[in-house]
Each structure stands twice: as structure tokens, then as C-alpha cells.
Design a protein around this ligand. Sequence first.
Ligand code: BGC
Length: 784
Amino acid sequence: MRKPVVALWVVSLTLCLALQPLVAIKAQSANDLPDSDEFFQRNSRTGPERDHTRKIEDLLKRMTLEERVGQMTQLAIGMIVDGRDQDVKIDPAKLDKAIVKYGVGSILNVSDQALTLDTWHEIISQIQDMATKKTRLGIPVIYGIDSIHGANYVQGATLFPQEIGMAATFNPELMRRAAEITAIETRAAAIPWSFSPVLDLGRNPLWPRFWETFGEDPYLAKVMGVAFVRGLEGADVSSQSQVASSLKHYMGYSFPLTGRDRTPAWIPENYLREYFLPTFDAAVKAGARTIMINSGEINGVPGHVNRHILTDILRTELGFKGFVVSDWEDIKKLVTTWRIAADEKEATRLAIMAGIDMSMVPNDYSFADHLLALVKEGAVPQSRIDEAVRRILRVKFELGLFEKAMPNVSLKSKFALPEYRQVSLQAARESITLLKNANNILPLAKTTKVLVTGPTSDSLVSLNNGWTYVWQGSEEALYPKDRHTIRKAIEAKIGAGNVIFVQGTKITRAPGPSNSTPTDQEEEVDIPAAVRAAQNVDVIVLALGEGSYCETPGNITDLTIGEPQLRLAEALKATGKPIVLVLVEGRPRIINRIADNVNAVVMAYNPSNEGGTAIADVLFGDFNPSGKLPFTYPRTPNGLINYDHKPFETQNTAFGNMAFNPQFKFGEGLSYTTFAYSDLRLGKQMFSANEELPVSVTVKNTGNRAGQEAVLVYVRDLVASISPPNRRLRRFAKISLEPGQSRTLTFKLRRDDLSFISADNKPTVEPGEFEVNVGGLTQKFTLK
Ligand code: BGC
């Protein structure tokens, strides 16, 4: 049974609690704004760690080889339960085999659907009871789960916008708060470990996991990633309101040549380090306990056997102390997909010797059997096993599992609080990005008569996307009944009498080729009815985009938005009524055929269960939008160029009509007020790499509404030995300004902000001229 969600709205109190971080920002003096750098520096530090070495060594000494290998084994929950959906129950014989016979150290995920807190408590208490009381040494299991945008596998938990939307908020405080709530609600289910955040970069919009990322920029993703880790792990990860994080998917997973999931990437090491390493580097330094590995391959070497990446870089360079978990079945895939090993035993040897500490096997006992044999034969040294087991035990000790493995029923009182929902609503609102607003058609008056139409206009599935109650997020029946779709939220805001709803087209799930996992299929429903209805309204709210998908089932052959949706938009255009296009999508689907026909474009990403309300708040002016695009929105299917492209790509003379010309630019995002930037000043014109360079700029709210503005600071290296990008984001700060108010912000740039990875794969700073660019203003300086 579903646990009803308590919808208690104590508005003033909740607002006050939920907006605490934002209020805190406002309360600071103008010189003391927590810009991205201050936030980053503060959150990159971890407190003193408790030393568990003695306990670990004592335990390890007493463990048999079988028990050690067991700790390195992770099984899916399906291996220990019977029954489906909500009737899932522990099978005592299966559990005994896993925990007592094999000494399995970790179990993961949900069997089919999100479970209630009570069911989780039942399952986890049986697992931990067996592990702590029926095994020789009583080592607790570390249960892991994909809490991707909230505790999405726990019924009734608070869900947040997917990472791509969180990035658009440019508000790391909000990200950290969302992750704190995710940790509380995951721990409340007695689960101490989350497979998040995703720290891959969304630099190729074809990739079906694009929405799981913080977008294309390494700096923004790094700051947001650290916020996520600190929110999950907190100052004391053993506390009952924190969980261990798992950074994923280390590294380069998001940039396959074809854009398809789990296919080869070619990334030279200098670019790996320039673009794909910084998020992981920063999150490791912020104390992250575990890391999950890239399921794909780079330069012909599968992530799971890449010793250079897994050991030389991760351990020796970054100093990572936690443990490395494989991704799903990825040791087997070394044989079946990548064919770099003739059999699974050899694959196991390669992966373990490369640096995998725990194998997400997850559906049989092959890993433990092979690894045991390998150690007995001397093909894997016992020291390598001990190293992995020490790391796993350390995280178990740090999480406090040896003292508190059993569910704590009192944590229920910290679950699904109304104030959490308010944070989700605020995040959804701050993510929404206004990309076009011709003649200020938005905000709409609440007396407007509106036609609401389009496949995403009445769908919580689209608002959420994957990792929502089920892996693919696709089961509408599992969504809470009391949350508003866009249609319901608009009806609630302006009265059902002012709203006509016609679906127009729909996106459904149908089996893919050869009956594989279902994927989105689109069809027309009633376009003529939508056109007729349009005659009777003032404005059309046309909600287009995508259904839900996750990982490989989300692969597409064309980035263009579905043809039925384009036909709907074109038919509506012919009515002459103004159109407000709302995009609910996990990646930028091409809309150039209709973009000029619509009067406004509102990018909503996947804002989750409060997203309908947040969209209505923006459309009708109850919230002034402040989101900025965390990626480049391409105009054409082949125009996939990131904002930090090479300078020649903007020069029309060289590229003619092929020059960089996206539909919308990285960092774009309008407000209902206007901001004027002035007085961009640098502390010095000549500066040496060991100094700080102060950069100040004044931002004024020149409109007549209060608004928030994300101020983005870019740096451009004019000449460098690796051809320099057009510009790179180096700082940001989100501020609030009343009408007429202005504020001078001072950022400090350092050596790192001017460096790049040279041909010998090292961070390098080269003297010469640079430019700082903020809000369209530019200043030059010289590095001595
Ligand atoms: C995904 C991971 C996820 C794991 C466990 C894999 O297929 O790539 O991101 O954490 O499954 O669900």
C-alpha cells in the first residue's frame, strides 16, 4: 500500500525554514556574498575523521578469505527476495545463502518499485539481523540505492528537480539543502548509501543520461557536485541523517562518440583532465566515500580495467581513500560487450587488479567464486583483497553501521516534512529558465483564458523522468495523486473555468526493436480538437518535450522533437493565437521549426512533483524566473557545439552559415525585471600567478519587480599552447535585487582560473593576455 503523503501547509513557517539559505544570502553585506568560490572553499573542507584503523585491522585479521571476498560482493535485492512490487518479501533461504554462506557485503536497489518506509524497515532489519547475528563476525551489510533526485525509491519521499534543473538554479545552497533532505529520507529507510551524484558532464545532448548531469560546464558541475556530496555526507556521515555518496561514473562516461549510452568514447588524456576529471577531483577532496565506475570505454580501454584512471589518478593523484564500486554487471560486460577478456574469471582478475574494490555483480555468485579461485591460484595477491576490504570496512565503520545497522523507527518523524516540499518547490521555481518572452507576453494575467495542450501538459511522468518510483520513471499510477501536473496547477491558479485542456499528442511507452525495454513512441491524439479549442482562448500554453527514460532505453536516433509535437505546434500557430511554449524535457530536443512561431519559451527541464506548480507560478507572475541554461541548446541536429568552443567557430568568415549559432546559449535566462551591468573593474592590469585578481562588477535591477540574477564570470585566454576555448566560466553568484537596487560584487580569481591542461597532461599557466567577461562587459589583463 502507498503511504499517503501528508500535505500540511504551514505556509509562513515552512517558507521561513525552506528559504533559510536564501535569506542568509540576502542578509550578508554586499562585500560578503557567498559566491561560487566561497561556497566551494567552505564545502570542500572536511572535518577531522575518526580513525578506525585499529578496529579494521582487528576485524580483518579474523576474516577468512571467503569472508573477505564476500565483502567485495554486491548483489541486487532480487537475489534475496520473492514476490513483486509491493508484495516483495525476504526469502530466508536466499538471504541465508547471500549473507551467511557467501558473506555478501552489500545489497542494492529496489526490486521493482519504490517501497514504503515500513517495507524498507522490514527488509533491512532482516538483512542486518542476519548479517550481524547469524554470521561469524557480525559485519553489517552496506545497502546502496539510487537516490538520484531525492529518495526516489522510498514511497512518499520528497523529490527534487533532476540535476540538470538544479544546475539551472545556479544556487549551490539549494542543491546542498536538497541533498541533505535526500540523505535524511534515505537514512529514514535504513539505507546508508546513495549512488549519487552524477558528476559526468552533459556535453553531448544525445546522451540519454544528459538530464542526470549538471550540464556542460566543468566549473558549474564541480560546485554543484560538491554541494550534493556535502548535503549527503554532512559533517558526520555516521549521523542518522546522512548517507555516503557515490560519485559516478568515473570518468568520461558521458561523452561517447555516438551519443548512445555505454558506447565507446575517444578522449585524449589532456581533455579528460581538462573537462571530465575536475568534478570528481573536487568531490573526492570534499570527502566523498565511494565512487562508481564508467560502464563505457575510453580509447579502447573499458572503464573497469583502466588502472591508470582507477589507481594512478584516483588513488595516487587524488588521494581517494574510500572504495570503488563497479557499475551494473560491468565485470561480465568485459567479456560480453567489450571482449577484452575471454571469460569472466579473467575479467574479474583484470578489474580487481585495475582497482575495483566491490563488484555490482549483481545477479549471481560468479564474482565471489572466481575471485576466490584467483586468490587461491595466486593470480590476485591477497594484499589486493585486503586493501579493498579495508576500504569497504572503513566506510561501514564511518557510517556507524557497526553500532546502528537496524532501522530507527523514530526517523519516520523526520520523513516527508512539509518544509522539504517547500525546498523542492523553490528549487523547481529557481530552475525554470525563461528563454524567450516576445513583447513581454509573460507573465499572464490571472484572468487570461488559456488552452493547455501538448503531451507533457498533464503528465507527472514527464515532469520527473527516470529514477522515479521505478527505474524508467514511467508508471503514472505510482505518482502521488495530490501533486499538480501543469494543467492541474494552471487550473488551481486561475480557476478551471478559465482553462480548456486538450491533449493534442501523446508519448507512450512501446517495446523497442526485438522486444527490448520499452521506449517512447509518439502519436497524435486530437490536434483538430486543440485547434478548435484555441478559438475560444486568449493564449495557448503548449507543453512539449519528452516522456521518461533512463540509460540505454533513452537512446535516440534524432535529437529533433517528435514530429507529432511539431505538427501540433504548427497547427496551433495557424490559429493566430499567442503561444507560450513550455519545454519539459531531459535534453534539448531541436525545436527550430517552431521556435519562431511561439511568443515565449519556458524551459522547465524535469522539475519533479512540484514542477507543475512552479511552472504555473512563473507563467502567472507569482514567481519571477531566474534560471539560466546550464548547456547550449542546439538549433540543428548536427549543431552540437558547447559554449566553450574554439574561437574560430564563432567567426562567420571562416565557417559561414555553419558558425556557432545555437537556439539558446549557455547561461541564457530572462527575468520579468531587467538587470544592467556596469563598472567591470579589475584590481590590477598586470598580475602574477601567485596573486589574487579582484574582479568587481555592479549589477542593478532596472525594472520594476524584485528579481534574482545569477552573475556569471567568464575568463578567456587569448593565446595558449593548447588552442584556447572561447571562454570558460570561472565564478558565479546568485543575488537578489529589489527594483532600483544595485550591488557591487567582488570576485577573486586565482592561478587555477587561468590554467589549462597542457599537452603533457599537467595544469599549466602561460603568461600573456586574458579577458574577463561579465554580463557582456569585458576587461583585459596581462599575466606576467
Ligand atoms: C547505472 C548506475 C546505477 C546502477 C545501479 C546502472 O545501470 O549505470 O548509475 O547506479 O545501475 O542501479
